[in-house]
Design a protein around this ligand. Structure first.
Ligand SMILES: O=C(O)CCC(=O)C(=O)O
Ligand SMILES: [Fe+2]
Length: 243
């Protein structure tokens, strides 16, 4: 069975309107929705296997701070979109799946579209050392879909924290001001979870890892219609992957 038909079949047999409405409500209220039920276990396992292979073969360690997000840290290992695309496996197929995007659109309440900037289509992020973190940031496009491949128990850190309804002024991000002026939500995740995040208006980070913990995700970025109307620059992505 093709990936597209497997997704279509899964959605038809296992996902009902009620679940999608509950996720949509959560997404509207908090910019975050847990949508682990949108994919069958078999596809999640194929993605996980591909992510682990790519981490072994193609990952690059980064340790930096990004000015555009108030010098928040990125202590992590990554695989770039170019390397994921060159591998030509299940991730590329999933990103392009109309059925998957359609289901995400039902949760988002608007069309979820392929991102016009290819380096942001997907990225693998692996946290491997004590203190590793994907520090506070926003993303360039409206939506992030994060598939959790490996994740510690919450005592090991690596949970996601968000501040919804915030906006990113790249020349004056004021991350600390946004943190003290707003409540922070924290979410415990498990391997196999998938969440949809409104990444352009939700400040977010992954809490630093405790000693011995490891965490691996793949993030797929999607655009909303509005993103095609605005001029989007890509500094953090370019800094992160500058060689
Ligand atoms: O690791 C996560 O759960 C979030 C990833 C993320 O924010 C990103 O890749 O931009
Ligand atoms: Fe992000």
């Amino acid at each position: 069975m093709s990936l597209e038909s497997a997704v279509v079949e899964h959605l038809r047999q296992n996902v009902d309107q009620e679940q999608l409405w509950l996720s949509r409500k959560s997404f509207y209220e908090s910019g975050f929705a847990l949508v682990s039920y949108l994919l069958p276990d078999e596809i999640k396992q194929q993605i996980a296997a591909e992510v682990r292979d790519l981490l072994d073969e193609r990952s690059i360690r980064r340790d930096l701070h990004l000015a555009e997000t108030s010098n928040s840290p990125r202590y992590m290992r990554n695989v770039t979109a170019a390397d994921i695309r060159a591998h030509g496996g299940v991730t590329v197929g999933l990103y392009e799946s109309e059925a998957f995007r359609g289901a995400l659109g039902s949760v988002a309440g608007e069309a979820v579209l392929e991102c016009p900037y290819e380096p942001e289509h997907y990225v693998i992020t692996h946290l491997e050392r004590s203190g590793d973190t994907h520090g506070w940031h926003w993303d360039d496009y409206s939506f992030g879909v994060i598939l959790v491949v490996d994740c510690p128990e919450v005592a090991g850190g690596g949970f996601v924290q968000t501040v919804p309804n915030t906006s990113w002024d790249k020349s004056n991000p004021q991350v600390f001001k946004q943190l003290v002026n707003n409540p922070i939500n924290s979410y415990e995740l498990r391997p196999g979870d998938i969440y949809l995040l409104r990444t352009d208006t939700t400040l977010h980070r992954v809490h630093p890892l405790e000693p011995g913990a490891k965490r691996t995700i793949i993030n797929m970025a999607y655009a909303a219609e509005r993103d095609f109307q605005k001029e989007i620059s890509h500094e953090t992505m370019e800094d992160l992957f500058a060689v």
